[in-house]
Design a protein around this ligand. Structure first.
Ligand code: HMG
Ligand code: MG
Length: 316
């Protein structure tokens, strides 16, 4: 089988937008810096597979994330397909200046729900991160850019333990009030579980303007995503091949793999606009360049690997 059997389940959206973070969240955590030509080809392959939103890179401090220090070069060299959005991460005004110089039309700011991670990831306090973001969002909106916001450590933090729902709601509301069009709820270290997801979406007043961003450290990402979809969320972040993690968060492993998500959604009859076999091919191609197999279960099952034992092999 190369595609799941389609059996529609009640209470799910007709269509889901997958916000692809592989080139940014995926590659920011790689031990070796991936050459810019490989990144450009990765982005092009994702667009060819049907992605309409691809987070391309970050304009953060190059010493903080050397893996993405070539952001300007990538934006100059990569092909931009009409109709595809290519947002980039921007933490501060210096990052916004760099993004504007390179014709970026959409940015994402990234806040922390906890004090410790604000300090470690942004060199700011929980409170002072807003002083950094306010002028970024105001200036970006004045330039006609779209601004997304992430909030990290929504379900737990490696240093502080469980994150109170009320704290996430407070940070999230403030980010939306700045004028961000979407709030992506980040489970940076993958500790959330479905009941917690449902409670957080409800505490934020329902699914409007929400997206979800699950890392799969504890194997909960798909279950959490299905819960979010049942609560009405229709934008899901995922990373091709399940690569990724945050260099400033202990135990942050890869994101929910796009292929695993697409297998589930297509099986449920939910449209994504994505071609699963092209995604698997891209992950297999990327894994060869990264020098290790893709963590995605679907890529392992369907990819070019002579030792695999899929249903297809068994039938042969
Ligand atoms: P800082 O050291 O406080 O910066 O870092 P500063 O404002 O004090 O500036 C110091 C110097 O850095 C200045 O240069 C600035 O110009 C320069 P000087 O005047 O001394 O020569 N500088 C910059 N240069 C280039 N680009 C910039 C920039 N900013 C300052 N943007 C800062 C503060 C926010 C910059 C730093 O902490 C940083 O870059 N952090 C980013 C960390 C990061 O990228 N983490 C991973 C992404 S978040 C994530 O993965 C989570 C997510 O996936 C969701 C989830 O999973 O939960 C989104
Ligand atoms: Mg992340």
């Amino acid at each position: 089988m190369r595609e799941p059997q389609r059996v529609r389940a009640a209470g799910l959206p007709e269509r889901v937008t997958i916000y692809e973070v592989g080139p940014r969240d995926g590659l920011q955590n790689e031990a070796a810096v991936v050459p810019v030509e490989v990144k450009a080809e990765f982005v092009a392959r994702l667009a060819a597979a049907g992605h309409r939103v691809i987070e391309a890179t970050s304009f953060v401090h190059p010493k903080w994330v050397p893996q993405l220090a070539d952001a300007a070069e990538l934006l100059t060299s990569m092909e931009r397909v009409p109709g595809v959005r290519y947002p980039v991460l921007v933490p501060n005004e210096r990052g916004l200046d760099r993004a504007l110089e390179h014709g970026v039309e959409e940015i994402a700011i990234f806040a922390s729900a906890t004090e410790t991670f604000a300090n470690r990831n942004l060199n700011r306090t929980l409170e002072s991160q807003f002083e950094m973001f306010e002028p970024v969002v105001a200036r970006a909106l004045a330039h006609g850019l779209k601004v997304r916001a992430y909030v990290s450590m929504c379900f737990g933090d490696p240093w502080e333990g469980p994150t109170p729902v009320a704290q996430v709601v407070s940070v999230g509301r403030r980010l939306l009030d700045l004028g961000c069009f979407e709030l992506s709820l980040g489970d940076t270290i993958g500790v959330g579980t479905p009941g917690h997801v449902a409670a957080l979406v409800e505490a934020l007043g329902g699914p409007s303007r929400l997206a979800v961003h699950f890392h799969d450290t504890y194997g909960q990402a798909l279950a959490n995503t299905l819960t979010a979809l049942r609560a009405g969320v229709t934008v899901v972040d995922a990373s091709t091949g399940g690569i990724g993690g945050c260099p400033y968060a202990e135990s942050a492993t890869g994101n929910l793999a796009t292929e695993d998500l697409v297998w589930m959604l297509h099986g449920l009859g939910v449209e994504t606009g994505l071609d699963l076999s092209s995604l698997v091919e891209t992950s297999t191609w990327l894994a060869a360049r990264l020098g290790r197999p893709s963590p995605s279960r679907v890529v392992q099952a369907l990819g070019e690997n002579p030792s695999r034992t899929t249903a297809e092999n068994v039938e042969e």
